[in-house]
Design a protein around this ligand. Structure first.
Ligand code: GLY
Ligand code: MN
Ligand code: MN
Length: 433
C-alpha cells in the first residue's frame, strides 16, 4: 500500500459498530473482490473491497473476514483468513501479508490461512443461527459477472440451507454513510492532492495542448503524492464538455473553448470528486461567464441547502427550481415551460440532465440509505451543470461537502472556483512560462 498505515483502532471501532447490530448467534462474512481477467493472461488491477477495507484495513485479494460477536470461543469472534505466502508468490508478486502484519493492520487477533477456512467456518456455522452475507446493493450498479460475494452466497446457502440469512449491505450502507473523523481526514488529504493537480493544470493550460497532456499533469501530481485517480478522469475541451462521461481525452484544446475537468485523487481508498470548468485561453467570453456564474450560484445555494433532516429527493427538487430560474435568465427556457413542468417532465432537463450529487467515500458513488434524511457525517458531492451543445460548451462545477449539525462544511472551499480567480490563476501561469 502506498498510503500511511491507518491506526487499527479505526477498523476496530467500525467492527464494533457493526457487531452491535448483528444480533445474537449471528455471524457476518465479508470478502475481497475478484481479480478480473482481461485478454490472454492479463488481469485488471485489484480494486480493494470497500466493506472489507472499512472493517479490517486489508486490501489483499482472497481475504475473508468473519465476525461472530457472540461466539462461545472468544478467539472466533473475529477471524481474518488470508492467502498463505509461498516461494512462488514471493518470487512473482513479492510482498504478501504475513499473519503478524495482517494483525497489525486490522487489530484482529485471530489470523488464519485460507486453507483453514472451510473447517473453521463450519465450526462457526454449527453454533450460529443467522448469517449476514454481502452483495452489491448500489441501486445503480450494473453487475454482469458473478461476483465473489454472489458465489459465496450460493455456496453458503447450498451447504447451510437451514440458517436464516440477512442482507449485510443494509447494515453496511447505514454505517458507511456517516463518516468517522478518520475518514474525513483521509478525504481531506485526497482533496488536497486533487487541488494540487488542478492548480498545476491551471498554470500550464494553453491552446494547442491535448486533453491527454492535461490528464498526464494530474497523474504526475497524484502519483507523486501516493494517490491514484479515483475514477477515469474527464478532460473535456469545447463541445466534449457536453458529453457527461467523456473519457477519450484525446483532442487538442482550442482558443476560446472551455475545458471541463472532472478529476479526483484517491488516497487510502478514499476518493475526492472535483469538477472545474476553465477557459483554455485564460478568459471566459461574456456568455461563458454568464453560464458559469449561473451554475456557480446553484452550487453555492445547494451546498447551503444540504442540511440535517433534508431528504436527498427534496434537495434535488430545490436545486432544479433554482436551475429553472437560471436557465430562464440565460434565455434557454421560458416561463411557460417552467409552469408546464410536471414531476415526470422537468423543464430544465434539456440543459441539466443529471443528478445534483451523491454520497462520497470509499466508493466515488458511495453507498448509503438515500431514502433517509441527511445526517451529520454524510459527505456529498454537489455538482450542478448546464450543457449547451448548440453553443459548443457545457459547464459543471462540483465540490465535496460534509453535512454537520450546523452549516454544511465545504471540503473544497480552498480550491479556486470564482471565474475571476480562475482567470488570474491561468494568467499567472502564462506569465511564469
Ligand atoms: N466523477 C463522477 C461524478 O461526478 O459523479
Ligand atoms: Mn465528478
Ligand atoms: Mn460526482
Amino acid at each position: 500500500m502506498r498510503h500511511d498505515r491507518i491506526d487499527p483502532s479505526f477498523f476496530e471501532s467500525n467492527r464494533g459498530r457493526l457487531a452491535a447490530q448483528l444480533g445474537p448467534n449471528a455471524l457476518a462474512v465479508v470478502g475481497a473482490n475478484d481479480i478480473l481477467p482481461t485478454n490472454a493472461d492479463g488481469n485488471l488491477t485489484l480494486v480493494p473491497n470497500s466493506d472489507l477495507f472499512y472493517l479490517s484495513g486489508v486490501e489483499q485479494e482472497e481475504t475473508i473476514l468473519v465476525l461472530f460477536p457472540t461466539a462461545h470461543d472468544p478467539l472466533l469472534r473475529e477471524v481474518l483468513f488470508i492467502r498463505e505466502p509461498n516461494e512462488l508468490l514471493r518470487i512473482w508478486e513479492g510482498h504478501k501479508l504475513t499473519k503478524d502484519l495482517a494483525r497489525e493492520i486490522s487489530g484482529i487477533k485471530t489470523i488464519k490461512w485460507l486453507s483453514e477456512f472451510s473447517k473453521t467456518f463450519h465450526a462457526m456455522m454449527c453454533e450460529a443461527e443467522m448469517v449476514w452475507l454481502n452483495e452489491n446493493a448500489h441501486p445503480r450498479a450494473v453487475v454482469e459477472s458473478q461476483t465473489r460475494d454472489a458465489r459465496f452466497v450460493r455456496e453458503c446457502q447450498d451447504r447451510y440451507p437451514l440458517h436464516s440469512y440477512g442482507r449485510l449491505s443494509k447494515l453496511m450502507h447505514a454505517l458507511r454513510v456517516e463518516k468517522q473523523p478518520e475518514e474525513i481526514e483521509l478525504l481531506k488529504r485526497a482533496i488536497r492532492v486533487t487541488k494540487a493537480g488542478f492548480e498545476r493544470v491551471c498554470g500550464l493550460v494553453r491552446p494547442g495542448m491535448f486533453e491527454h497532456e492535461i490528464e498526464a499533469e494530474f497523474a504526475h501530481e497524484f502519483i507523486r503524492n501516493r494517490c491514484k485517480f479515483a475514477y477515469n478522469p474527464i478532460i473535456a475541451g469545447g463541445a466534449n464538455s457536453c458529453i457527461l462521461h467523456y473519457n477519450e481525452n484525446d483532442r487538442p484544446l482550442v482558443e476560446g473553448d472551455l475545458l471541463l475537468l472532472d478529476v479526483g485523487a484517491s488516497y487510502a481508498n478514499y476518493n475526492a470528486d472535483l469538477t472545474r470548468t476553465i477557459p483554455v485561453s485564460g478568459r471566459f467570453t461574456p456568455r461563458q461567464k454568464l453560464v458559469y456564474n449561473a451554475v456557480l450560484r446553484v452550487m453555492k445555494q445547494s451546498i447551503q441547502n444540504a442540511t440535517v433532516g433534508k431528504l436527498h429527493r427534496d434537495w434535488v427538487l430545490e436545486a432544479k427550481a433554482l436551475m429553472n430560474e437560471e436557465l430562464l435568465g440565460l434565455g434557454l427556457i421560458s416561463r411557460a415551460e417552467i409552469q408546464a413542468e410536471s414531476p415526470e417532465e422537468y423543464a430544465g432537463r434539456k440543459y441539466f440532465m443529471h443528478g445534483l450529487g451523491h454520497v462520497l467515500g470509499l466508493d466515488v458513488h458511495d453507498v448509503g440509505p438515500m431514502n433517509r434524511p441527511f445526517a451529520a457525517g454524510w459527505v456529498l458531492t454537489v455538482e450542478p451543470g448546464i450543457y449547451i451543445p448548440d453553443e459548443g460548451f457545457g459547464v459543471r462545477i462540483e465540490n465535496n461537502i460534509l453535512v454537520t449539525s450546523g452549516s454544511p462544511l465545504d471540503l473544497m472551499a480552498e480550491i479556486p472556483v470564482e471565474a475571476e480567480h480562475l482567470e488570474d490563476l491561468i494568467h499567472s501561469g502564462r506569465s511564469r512560462s
